[in-house]
Design a protein. Sequence first.
Length: 305
Amino acid sequence: MEIELEIVHARSNRQLCTVKGLTKTSTFGDVKKLIGKQKRKYGDINRQELRQEPKGKGLKDDDTLGDKGVQNQAMLYFKDRGMQIGWTTVFLTEYAGPLFVYLMFYARPWVFYGEDAADKPFAPIVHIAAGCWSFHYAKRLLETIFVHRFSNATMPVLNLFKNSAYYWGFAAYVAYHVNHPLFTAPGAMQSKIALAAFFLCQAGNFSIHVALRNLRPAGSKVRKIPYSTWNPFTLMFNFVSCPNYSYEVGSWVAFTVMTQCLPAGLFCFAGAFQMTIWALGKHRNYRKEFEKYPKGRKAIIPFII
């Protein structure tokens, strides 16, 4: 039986178009392609979101009309997600910026603090902090290229500017204070312990990213329950749903203690706040999607959140 669908805007309920020639085995990705043929503005199907209710959840491209009980003459609600950009491009831009910005303050202090700044010696921890910052963002860039597998191909291009402003702005804020000629270094023992914690958390974060990558075959959107592996850093999966965020927050707590710098602490707090929101959302999705999801896990902080 041939299925014909009416597509309307989710906000205004105004008709966008009518698509024909579908069957129960047709996917919502097929529907988006037909919309794109009629409305060239939406030719990039990643820009489209289809729903069964005006404020409902977006339908997955791989789901079929039959799976969701869509009948002939049914109505689907359309949302324009805006111009899209690839996740890899987004991450490369977001992470290259903070690396460049921080090293500008570190390598060219006279540009920001005056000509006399170049003659004043840096405390050893300033060099170590620059190394830690550079290591972190170089790691992120390499993970983006060689490790991450994204479930969504794109994101709205406007998010690139919002995210870049956050990363680049905080990079300048932290770098300005840590590399300032008047920067006062904390005690050596405090910095050494925090430095060790920083690299332990970085190793843990990388281990979790590799474990998550191995859960998803290349080119697929398969989702599985993550469990710990032979790698001891992945034991965090026994306690939280998003240990990559746990280790990330741990890294910036360590960086803050290592430098004893208030702007670094504010950067850590802002990042921890956002990652907690993301972790809680992912944790809820895991519990909804998998009936046998481990009940003892928290979202990001073991036994607490």
